[in-house]
Design a binder for this molecule. Structure first.
Ligand code: EPU
Length: 418
């Protein structure tokens, strides 16, 4: 297993480019299975979760070409099974998005039960209720769940609380379901309207994506198309936290600051100095940083995926910050690693942590628990004086492309040890 060796404690400088968004690209790959025409995706990040998703759709029979880095063409006319691979599918949550296309194209979809997940329980009840509401039959087996077409028809489905992937999965399903579907209290993350815009270019009839009510009129046929994946807002926000924590002068290029309004407001309140253009954030070294309370919330609120990087930043801020993680129940355990580095964080319960700062951090040996906390540990290691070793870097590679090369290019002392 690979690990990163990092010598931190010095400011970084230069420009870093933001990759295409993982949590958009995964959904476009799934949506490509709705049509038997070619779908061309550009600006796809070269990361492990994308490789797994591509392996899965190849195993289902899709023809996938990868003519050059960041570009994929997918043709699903060769689809041959609705059974998702037993080993691979449970490893990425986005495989739930394949149920809809497999149902409408193959008549059934079988999904092995997911294993545990580092960040929380991650139930699938909303998918089951939603697909049933659209007329699918769902059979619960010991090791898997099977969805069959039954009598598909549009319906009104109310989410008890917004869910990103369930919103997308039901939207993808409803585009080929006869009649009108209304998704109420839907998630509003920017990746959702981006997916709807692309599908509409391919002939679907979706309106309201990006608002709490999405209306979808089912169509009989969907064409192929081309799309450039939007920049990863989580990567951009994490790089901003990195720059602020390390007192760096850093241009974060190729991002969309409009997707980061609340995190940028938080940075401002913490005392981070930065400016934005339409596609860049420029962070400059700041004076004293101030403690700030952060509560994670569905978009446009503060994203749970930025909670760990911002908590690292708050270890460098003066005063007491309360971190309230409202979305997942397993997303604060990395704070133990930060304490090993000299942070003063008290975990009140699985949703709340109190950070007292500022605390200088020192190098330590750490394990990356999940994608986002993994990157947060890299940020901590680059902030800390001395040498750190971060293990289990597969978790970081799941979400961030060639991260060590990109960090080295802005002056970080980081190497990958195989
Ligand atoms: N939930 C249910 N039942 C369901 C589905 C979700 O109770 O059937 C609950 C979850 O347990 C959670 C809440 O609903 O408490 C919201 O979760 P959501 O469904 O929105 O999360 P997700 O769609 O599984 C996506 C991202 C996550 C990101 C969250 C929140 C993808 C592939 N994943 O997950 O990204 O944290 O939205 O924004 O889009 C990551 O990239 O590292 C990552 C974890």
């Amino acid at each position: 297993m690979s690990r990163f060796e990092i010598v931190g404690g010095k400011p970084l400088r230069g420009e870093i480019h933001v990759s295409g968004a993982k949590n958009a690209a995964l959904k476009f790959i799934a949506a490509a299975l709705l049509t038997d025409e070619e779908v061309r995706l550009r600006n796809v990040p070269e990361i492990e979760d994308i490789k797994r998703m591509i392996e899965i759709i190849r195993m289902l029979g899709c023809t996938v070409q990868h003519p050059k880095p960041h570009e994929y063409t997918i043709t699903a006319s060769t689809l041959k099974t609705g059974a998702l691979p037993r080993e691979l599918a449970p490893k990425i949550r986005a495989s739930l998005l394949l149920i809809g296309p497999l149902l409408v194209r193959m008549g059934s979809a079988t999904l092995p039960h997911p294993g545990g997940c580092a960040i929380g329980l991650r139930p699938a009840d909303l998918f089951v209720h939603g697909f049933r509401k659209l007329g699918a039959i769902v059979e619960e087996g010991v090791d898997e769940r099977t969805f069959r077409t039954g009598e598909l028809r549009g319906a009104r489905f109310v989410f008890p609380a917004p869910s990103v992937t369930a919103t997308e999965a039901l939207m993808i399903m409803a585009v080929r379901t006869p009649g009108r579907t209304e998704l109420v209290n839907a998630a509003m993350e920017p990746e959702i309207p981006a997916l709807a815009d692309f599908l509409n270019q391919c002939g679907t009839r979706i309106s309201g994506a990006g608002t709490p009510t999405i209306t979808i009129d089912g169509v009989g046929r969907i064409r192929g198309g081309e799309v450039t994946i939007m920049p990863d807002r989580i990567e951009a926000g994490s790089f901003a936290a990195l720059a602020a924590a390390t007192g760096s002068d850093l241009w974060i290029r190729g991002c969309n600051p409009a997707h980061l309004e609340v995190p940028l407001l938080m940075l401002e309140k913490i005392g981070v100095r930065f400016e934005t253009t339409s596609d860049a954030i420029h962070v400059v070294p700041s004076g004293d940083l101030q403690a700030m309370n952060i509560t994670t919330h569905e978009y446009p609120g503060f994203p749970t995926d930025l909670q760990a990087p911002f908590s690292v930043l708050l270890t460098q801020a003066k005063g007491v910050s309360l971190i309230h993680e409202t979305i997942f129940e397993g997303r604060l355990f990395y704070t133990e690693s930060l304490n090993k580095m000299g942070a003063k964080i008290v975990l009140s319960d699985q949703h709340r942590a109190v950070v007292e700062g500022p605390t200088p951090l020192r190098g330590a040996t750490l394990e990356s628990p999940d994608i986002r906390a993994g990157l947060a540990l890299l940020i901590a290691a680059l902030t800390a004086n001395g040498k750190s070793v971060v293990g289990n870097v597969y978790q970081i590679d799941r979400g961030y492309e060639r991260i060590e090369e990109r960090l080295r290019a802005i002056g970080a002392d980081i190497k990958r040890i195989e």
